[in-house]
Design a protein. Structure first.
Ligand SMILES: Nc1nc2c(ncn2[C@@H]2O[C@H](COP(=O)(O)OP(=O)(O)O)[C@@H](O)[C@H]2O)c(=O)[nH]1
Ligand SMILES: [Mg+2]
Length: 329
């Protein structure tokens, strides 16, 4: 079976198998991703982030319905880096999107960190490429927006939708933590609950600093320019059409202005750097057994028998000498 051809034909089993190979860091995953790469670049990647319980999964579920209504194939990657044992959150995500469980045009996949926290952003990037090559026109990445890893995951998207809800208390806190910076479209979900209007005012206030030129959140959705702010009630299916339109309009806007291309170029730079860093690290690990020697090196430092930079420089020097000897032989 030619896995690459099967993925390109959108065969679900081939897609799932390829994703598993990526998650398990199998060596063959590299050549699979490379073979699929020429067929990528067609999907719109929408990151959906926000605190747990804000309503991300419920919103995505409703957005899927609208996308399907337009005949578009949709994929969802739910990533939960904070729960290595794939806890309740991900089960909840699955449940929330159950409506689409039997629709062959919808692919939903959960990813938990499985202990390789640093690698999950890279793995997610590769999974996106597989789904892109498989012909999913929209790919939603759902993750909670708190730590560095989550932000890295969200940075894989073309557009970031930040979901907030009233009464959570920590919302403004989250904004300070830099999550506001990465949002393109702001959604105040659960507008049926008290405090939604107050939160709207707060978000607009914060955004007025982000876009001081006036291209700000003060204007409403779909007007173009700035960061749209929308109010929804996912559970009641209110405001979803507007959000869907705002995402479409934003995508068109950044595509037209060249910002989308810039974003993607920048993302590729970071991805390449990530691969390079990982490869160099792996190479060093094999050649000079970094992981194995690390405790001894630390011990030497602890006893003041070595100095940090001299020690590492010496190791790198040894490594490079061995490499050039290899080449001469
Ligand atoms: N009152 C209200 N509850 C909602 C709304 N949207 C979602 N919920 C509920 O909020 C809870 C968390 O939703 P979920 O989509 O799992 O949030 P996630 O953790 O951000 O993915 C669920 O019980 C939803 O039914 C809404 O607009 N209003
Ligand atoms: Mg969820």
């Amino acid at each position: 079976m030619d896995l690459v051809a099967e993925v390109r034909r959108g065969k679900l089993r081939a897609i799932a198998r390829t994703i598993s190979l990526i998650e398990d860091l199998e060596p063959e995953a590299e050549s699979l991703v490379d073979a699929l790469y020429p067929h990528t670049g067609r999907s719109l990647i929408v990151g959906v982030t926000g605190s747990p319980g804000a309503g991300k999964s419920t919103l995505v579920d409703k957005l899927i319905t609208l996308e399907r209504g337009r005949g578009r194939k949709v994929a969802v990657i739910a990533v939960d880096p904070s729960s290595p044992f794939s806890g309740g959150a991900i089960l909840g995500d699955r449940l929330r999107m159950q409506t689409h469980a039997t629709d062959p045009g919808v692919f939903i996949r959960s990813m938990a960190s499985r202990g390789f926290l640093g690698g999950i952003a890279a793995a997610t990037g590769d999974v996106i490429k597989v789904l892109d090559a498989a012909g999913y026109q929209s790919i939603f990445i759902e993750t909670i927006g708190v730590g560095q890893t989550e932000i890295k995951i969200v940075e894989l998207s073309d557009i970031v939708v930040l979901v907030l809800m009233p009464g959570a208390g920590d919302e403004i806190q989250a904004m300070k933590a830099g999550v506001m910076e990465i949002g393109d479209i702001f959604v105040i979900n659960k507008k049926d609950l008290p405090g939604a209007d107050k939160l709207l005012a707060e978000v607009q206030y914060v955004l007025s600093f982000k876009n001081p030129t006036g291209r700000s959140g003060e204007r409403n959705q779909s007007e173009g320019g700035g960061n749209p702010v929308l109010m929804t009630s996912a559970a009641r299916d209110e405001g979803i059409e507007q959000l869907h339109r705002a995402i479409g309009a934003y995508a068109e806007e950044i595509d037209g202005s060249g910002r989308l291309a810039d974003k993607r170029r920048f993302r590729l730079q970071r991805e390449l750097l990530g691969i390079l860093t990982r490869k160099v690290h792996e190479l060093m690990d094999v050649q000079i057994e970094v992981s194995k020697q690390l405790p001894q090196w630390a011990e030497s430092l602890y006893r003041h028998r070595a100095r940090p930079y001299a020690l590492i420089n010496e190791q790198i020097g040894n490594f490079l000498r061995e490499k050039s000897n290899d080449r001469e032989n």
